[in-house]
Design a protein around this ligand. Structure first.
Ligand SMILES: Nc1ncnc2c1ncn2[C@@H]1O[C@H](COP(=O)(O)OP(=O)(O)OP(=O)(O)O)[C@@H](O)[C@H]1O
Length: 315
């Protein structure tokens, strides 16, 4: 049974100056899941995360974390939340290990050098523990941000664009780290522009645009519901019209009857099946084709489609 640990209802945020960054957001996150929040620039992702982490004061709605109202139980709740913000923020002159220790203490956790060492080692920072942060490369600084967020062993971790601008190696390390946290039962909410990241890591995906949640579902269910197959048959002799046995399929002719295009399926294999049926039908009808190209849509295609079509909001 899913155990909700974050419950957001009707969340609104209008910034001074009138920008409505969140417009009635409802979202429930369950213990132990990895949830990817996708959305274009300015969609409201950082505002949403900031509202749960106490950095943004919502102008309406309610947030419950671990069953407690954020507005009244802030201190209790905050100790169990970790945040890796988009922007680097620390004392650049301080040493890596001191900053990480400090973070642990700031959230009221007892000192635990073994745990600090574990966190630093898991992020390949142990050798740099006595370096001043300003001496580190951008990628290493980002690792320090993660170490700081993990130092107090949060149960709920927010990663705001954790891999923006980092190299492939660090991105892989970060994915490994997220896997380890998942094994420890930590709930993770990440925002990302890299849809492959959501595809790889997330159990559920939410799409946000203009401060409204457009879609929330299991990643696999999204792929099944909204995934599409596209196939192009190159027909040897141009067809004047669609042969009768093909009319029940989502197909049409292009390029003067030399290309038969199929767009259909639902991500569950139906598309591939129908394309195979079409190939058989063409052969049976004596229609020669010399090429067949098929393509399955990715989460990225689905995401782009979604943002271009007005969609009814869903919780
Ligand atoms: N402090 C602020 N004051 C005024 N407007 C703000 C403030 N912070 C954010 N906004 C506006 O609120 C909207 C949502 O911004 P937000 O940073 O939450 O989006 P985002 O989805 O995180 O975008 P990105 O992917 O670019 O980080 C934007 O229009 C932004 O300009």
């Amino acid at each position: 049974m899913p155990e909700p640990i974050l419950n957001i209802r009707g969340l609104e945020k209008t910034y001074k100056g009138g920008v409505k960054a969140l417009d009635g957001v409802d979202l429930t996150i369950n213990r132990g899941e990895i949830f990817a929040l996708l959305g274009p620039n300015g969609a409201g992702k950082t505002t949403l995360i900031g509202s749960v982490c106490g950095l943004v004061r919502p102008t309406g709605g309610k947030i419950e974390v671990f069953g407690q109202d954020l507005a009244t139980s802030w201190k209790n709740v905050r100790r169990q939340i970790g945040l890796v913000p988009q922007e680097l923020s620390f004392d650049m002159f301080d040493k890596v290990i001191r900053q990480v220790r400090y973070s642990r203490g700031m959230f009221g956790s007892a000192p635990d050098e073994a745990r600090i060492e574990e966190v630093l080692r898991s992020l390949s920072l142990w050798d740099k523990r006595n370096a001043a942060i300003r001496e580190l490369s951008g990628g290493m600084k980002r690792r320090v941000m993660i170490a700081k967020a993990l130092a107090h062993d949060p149960q709920l971790l927010f990663l705001d664009e954790p891999t923006a601008g980092v190299d492939v190696e660090l991105r892989r390390d970060m994915w490994r780290q997220i896997d380890m946290l998942r094994d420890r039962g930590v709930t993770i909410i990440l925002t990302t522009h890299y849809i492959e990241e959501a595809e790889e890591m997330a159990d559920r995906v939410g799409v946000i645009a203009k401060g409204r949640i457009l879609l929330v579902d299991d990643k696999d269910a999204i792929m099944a519901k909204l995934g599409r197959t596209e196939a192009h048959f190159t027909i040897d002799s141009p067809l004047a019209e669609l042969p009768a046995p093909l009319t029940g399929y989502p197909v049409h002719l292009e390029e003067g009857g030399t290309s038969l295009v199929y767009r259909g399926g639902d991500g569950t294999g139906k598309g591939k099946r129908e394309v195979a049926e079409l190939a058989q039908l063409l052969t049976r009808e004596g229609i020669a084709f010399s090429g067949l190209e098929t393509q399955e849509s990715t989460l990225e295609d689905i995401f782009v489609d979604l943002l271009h079509e007005p969609v009814e909001t869903a919780a």
